[in-house]
Design a protein around this ligand. Structure first.
Ligand SMILES: [Fe+2]
Length: 184
């Protein structure tokens, strides 16, 4: 499956614009992390791009979230390592590989970064720095949906949180306009 095919599938199954933005943000972080680790950027990017394909369908039944996507992708012959990472990201399987841990920890991090950018006076990811996001990270009541423990799982990649945030920010800046966070 290439990126175009993935986007076509996403357009069929995902209707909320914010969810598509979330998937694009996760893709961007995954690509940046893959580059950092010398891993396959296309593969990591695809896992990020399509990881919430079934979200709208399973939102009332979280026990199926990720697994439905796994079924669809298996039928399309997608790389089993991508499928495993997607099934592991909501906790159905234990993350094992770097790809798994990256998707697991990136998922809530994009939400934290988007919320941080939205409260930054510039609303511009290019002007939001790691320190700003780290201060928001430490505010327990800020963007409470962004699970801090899950973000901290970046340690499984051998990364300190601030280095992990820096990489995610770098990735997301490349798609800032698509995310509506390119400043006003
Ligand atoms: Fe997600």
């Amino acid at each position: 499956m290439n990126r175009e095919e993935a986007l076509r599938l996403i357009k069929e199954k995902v209707h909320k614009e914010n969810l598509i933005k979330h998937m694009i943000a996760v893709e961007a972080c995954m690509r940046r992390l893959a580059a950092h680790f010398g891993a396959d950027e296309e593969k990591w990017g695809l896992a990020g791009l399509i990881h919430d394909l079934d979200y709208e369908e399973t939102k009332d039944d979280p026990s199926r979230h990720g697994l439905v996507t796994g079924e669809i992708l298996r039928g399309l012959g997608v790389d089993p390592e991508i499928i495993y990472a997607i099934e592991a990201h909501p906790g159905h399987k234990r993350p094992r590989s770097k790809l798994d841990w990256a998707l697991f920890s990136v998922d809530p991090t994009t939400g934290l970064i988007v919320a941080s950018a939205l409260m930054h006076p510039s609303k511009d990811l290019g002007q939001v720095d790691t320190d700003f996001v780290m201060r928001r990270f430490k505010e327990k009541r800020f963007a409470m949906g962004a699970n801090r423990e899950q973000i901290k799982a970046c340690s499984m990649l051998g990364l300190k949180i601030n280095d992990f945030i820096t990489l995610c920010l770098e990735g997301m800046r490349k798609v800032a306009d698509e995310l509506g966070l390119g400043g006003e």
